[in-house]
Design a protein. Structure first.
Length: 204
């Protein structure tokens, strides 16, 4: 099973339905050379969403909702992707200031979700709404479930501000900061090295 947006950056998907959230975040234009924005047009967005919903159904073993995206939905979906990434990752590459503690619980977006009790006594959260709001409801449902299982903290965006690709940190101590240490990590280290050399030269 290949998550289109995530796979093009050479990344493994997050576990379970959280992979849907990761893939949505990775529809953005990033990489070197830069990959296209998969939400650029309504046709692009529909193609991505159809594949992502099939994958989501496969990993969650649930029936994917039928979601129709209009041309007017595309801008709303892009705005939601931006807000989701900024909110999850603190607005600076996935790593806020831990010493600052959590900020006020300001509501960025409120979306409808239904809770359903099945015959086995299991409660399921189901997205509601239409168009991009239904996509957003599904994504936030998965975010909430990942919070409950303490896996959301491993979904990060690359610290490289020119990249911001969403990756799932599988390191033992959850210390990863780059989506690819050889690409973004080495480039950042080289920039820092050059900056230190310039600073040293200025003081001689």
């Amino acid at each position: 099973m290949s998550w289109t947006a995530t796979a093009r950056y050479g990344l493994e998907p997050a576990p379970g339905g959280l992979a849907f959230v990761q893939d949505l975040l990775n529809t953005l234009s990033a990489g070197k050379p830069r990959k296209p924005d998969l939400l650029q047009t309504a046709e692009d967005a529909r193609a991505w969403l159809d594949q992502a919903l099939r994958n989501w159904s496969g990993v969650t073993h649930r029936t994917a909702p039928g979601i129709e995206l209009t041309a007017e939905d595309v801008e709303g979906l892009r705005d939601f992707r931006h807000d989701l990434g900024r909110t999850l990752h603190g607005g600076h590459g996935g790593h806020g200031d831990p010493a600052a503690g959590p900020g006020p619980a300001a509501s960025v977006l409120t979306l409808p979700t239904a809770l359903r009790l099945d015959g086995r006594g299991v409660v399921h959260a189901e997205p509601r709404g239409t168009g991009w709001r239904q996509v957003a409801s599904l994504a936030l449902t998965e975010v909430y479930q990942a919070q409950c299982t303490d896996t959301l903290r491993r979904l990060k965006s690359c610290r490289n501000p020119r990249c911001l690709t969403a990756f799932y940190d599988r390191s033992r101590n959850n210390s990863g900061v780059w989506h690819d240490v050889h690409v973004c990590g080495n480039a950042a280290n080289l920039r820092n090295y050059r900056a230190r050399k310039r600073a040293d030269a200025d003081h001689t």
